[in-house]
Design a protein around this ligand. Structure first.
Ligand code: BES
Ligand code: MN
Ligand code: MN
Length: 487
C-alpha cells in the first residue's frame, strides 16, 4: 500500500471520529438554539412532507376513501422510519389500520407514547372551499387543507420533533408512536388494539397534540375534554307518505312531532330536561370557575368571527364555562319528507335526527345514552313510534396540573413561547383518552397548538405555519424537560 494512501486513510478515519464526537456532544445537549436552527433550516422540507400527507384524502367515515386511508397509514409508517424509528408497522384492525412505531434507547429510561390520528373528516361541502381540500396551499402564513390542523398537521409536528432529536444526538428517552385512522369515527378498533397491546404500549405518559391554544399571544394547555353521547332517532307516523290535504290535520306528522319532542329537551334557561341528566355533573367551586373565567376571552370578537349578533346558552354560565364545564344537547342533522325542487304536498311517514350530547367529567356516556333513550321514548305520543340508535361515544377527561408531565409541558411552553401557558378546558372530545386512563392507567398531556378559528371539520380548514414550527420546537423542549424532571 503506498504510504500516502494509508496516511490519507488515517486522516479520513480521524475526521470521522471527530464528527462522531461532535454528534455525541450534541447528544448530551441539543440546545434550544440548535433545535430552533435545525427546524428553521429544514422548514421547507417539513412543510412539503406534510403537504404530501395532506394530499391523501384519508376520510375514515367514507368507504370510498378506504384505499387512501391505508396510503396515509403507509406514509406515516415511512415517515417514522425516516425520522429515526427502529420499528414502524401498519397494524391491521377490523377497520382502518393503526400505525405503531418506536425508538427504544434504554428500557431503564422513561418512555413517552405519542398519540395522534391520520384520518380526517369528510371535506363536504366541497363548493364552500376557496381552494380544493386535498390540494394544500399556504396563504397569509396559513396552510389550507382538510386535516391541516386536525390532526395531520399536529400529529406530523411530533414526527418532525422526533427527527430533530434523532438527527442531533437522539431523543433523551424512549419514544413510542400510535397514530390511528379512526379517531373521527369513534376509535372503536383502536380501543381493541389498546386492550390487546397493553404490554407494547407500556409508557410513563401519553402526549397528544389534537387540541387548541387560546391564541398565539396566550398559549394554553388543555386540562379537560368533554365526553360525547351520540344518538340517531327515527320517528314513524303513518305506514306510508300521505296526501297532506286528504290526511293533514288528522294524522300525526312525524316531522312536526320530532320537532316538538326535540324542543321539549331544553327549558327556557337552556337547561336540559332529561331526568337525571345532571346528576353526576361536577359542580365547580367559585375559585375554579373564577380561574376558568380569568382566561382571555373577547365576546365581541367571538360574535364577529362567527357572524352572529348574539350568543345563547345555559343561564348562569359564561361562554367559557358553557363550552368547558357544562354539558350540551344539539341536533346535528334533521331530515325527512320532501326536500327536492318545488313543492310536494306530502305528510311524511318518517322523520330522522342525529343528536349529540357533550358530557363533562363524571357523566358516563353509556348512562346518558340510556337516560336519553328512556326519556325520548317516554315523551313520544301514541300517534308515532320512536327508535333511538346509539352511536359511538366517550367519556370526558380532566388532566391533573400537579404531575411531572404537566409541569414539563408548562416549562416547554415557557421555553419556546416565553409565556406560562394557561390551563383551559376544551369543549371537543377525544374519546380514546379516557380509555388510556382506564386500560393503560396512563395520563395524557394535551399539548395542542390549533386555534378555535382553524375551522376544523369545516370548509377552509387551516393551520398556521407558525403554529406548526413553534409546535415542533415546543415538543422538543417537552421531551428535554420531561427527561430532566424524571431524573
Ligand atoms: N381533535 C378533535 C377534538 C378537539 C378539537 C378537542 C378541538 C379539543 C379542541 C377530534 O378530532 C374530534 O373532532 N373529535 C370528535 C369526536 C369523535 C368521536 C368524532 C368531536 O369532538 O366531535
Ligand atoms: Mn382530532
Ligand atoms: Mn376531529
Amino acid at each position: 500500500m503506498p504510504a500516502s494512501f494509508s496516511a490519507q486513510f488515517i486522516i479520513f478515519g480521524l475526521h470521522i471520529n471527530k464528527i462522531k464526537n461532535l454528534n455525541q456532544k450534541n447528544m448530551a445537549e441539543l440546545t434550544p438554539e440548535h433545535a430552533k436552527s435545525y427546524i428553521e433550516a429544514n422548514k421547507d422540507r417539513f412543510l412539503n412532507e406534510l403537504f404530501e400527507l395532506l394530499r391523501i384524502p384519508s376520510v375514515s367515515a367514507d368507504s370510498k376513501f378506504k384505499g387512501d386511508v391505508r396510503q396515509a397509514a403507509d406514509y406515516v409508517k415511512a415517515a417514522l422510519l425516516k425520522a429515526g424509528a427502529d420499528l414502524a408497522e401498519v397494524c391491521e384492525t377490523e377497520g382502518h389500520p393503526v400505525v405503531y412505531g418506536e425508538k427504544m434507547i434504554d428500557p431503564s429510561l422513561p418512555t413517552v407514547l405519542v398519540y395522534g390520528h391520520y384520518d380526517v373528516q369528510p371535506a363536504d361541502p366541497y363548493e364552500l372551499w376557496d381552494s380544493p381540500p386535498f390540494e394544500p396551499v399556504v396563504k397569509d402564513g396559513k396552510i389550507y387543507a382538510r386535516g391541516a390542523c386536525d390532526d395531520k398537521g399536529q400529529m406530523y409536528m411530533h414526527i418532525k420533533a422526533f427527527e430533530t432529536m434523532s438527527k442531533n444526538g437522539g431523543a433523551p428517552y424512549n419514544l413510542k408512536f400510535m397514530i390511528e385512522g379512526e379517531e373521527e369515527i369513534g376509535s372503536e378498533n383502536l380501543a381493541v388494539f389498546v386492550e390487546q397491546n397493553k404490554e407494547k404500549l407500556n409508557a410513563d405518559l401519553i402526549l397528544i397534540s389534537d387540541t387548541s391554544i387560546i391564541s398565539t399571544e396566550h398559549p394554553s394547555i388543555t386540562v379537560g375534554l368533554r365526553g360525547l353521547s351520540y344518538v340517531e332517532i327515527e320517528v314513524t307516523g303513518p305506514n306510508r307518505d300521505l296526501h297532506s290535504g286528504v290526511y293533514g290535520g288528522a294524522v300525526a306528522n312525524p316531522i312536526n312531532t320530532l320537532c316538538e319532542m326535540i324542543a321539549s329537551l331544553k327549558d327556557e334557561n337552556n337547561h336540559i330536561t332529561i331526568p337525571g341528566f345532571y346528576d353526576k355533573v361536577e359542580e365547580l367551586s367559585t375559585a375554579q370557575r373564577d380561574a376558568i373565567n380569568k382566561a382571555p376571552f373577547d365576546l365581541s370578537e367571538y360574535k364577529r368571527e362567527l357572524g352572529i349578533k348574539d350568543i345563547e346558552g345555559e343561564a348562569g354560565y359564561s361562554t367559557l364555562e358553557r363550552t368547558g364545564i357544562r354539558p350540551t344537547l344539539d341536533v346535528n342533522g334533521i331530515w325527512g319528507g320532501y326536500i327536492g325542487e318545488g313543492a310536494k304536498t306530502v305528510l311524511p311517514s318518517k322523520a330522522y335526527a342525529k343528536i349529540s350530547m357533550r358530557l363533562v367529567p363524571h357523566q358516563i356516556n353509556d348512562e346518558i345514552t340510556e337516560l336519553f333513550t328512556k326519556h325520548f321514548e317516554s315523551i313520544a305520543p301514541d300517534s308515532v313510534t320512536v327508535k333511538v340508535t346509539p352511536h359511538h361515544g366517550g367519556d370526558g377527561v380532566v388532566v391533573p396540573t400537579d404531575s411531572i408531565g404537566y409541569k414539563a409541558a408548562e416549562k416547554a411552553f415557557e421555553d419556546a413561547w416565553g409565556k406560562t401557558p394557561i390551563p383551559t378546558r376544551d369543549g371537543g372530545s377525544i374519546p380514546i383518552v379516557s380509555m388510556f386512563q382506564e386500560v393503560l392507567g396512563l395520563d395524557s398531556i394535551l399539548m395542542g397548538f390549533g386555534l378555535d378559528d382553524d375551522a376544523i371539520h369545516s370548509p377552509n380548514e387551516k393551520y398556521g405555519v407558525f403554529n406548526f414550527l413553534k409546535g415542533i420546537e415546543t415538543i422538543v423542549r417537552f421531551h428535554q424537560r420531561f427527561a430532566e424532571m424524571k431524573k
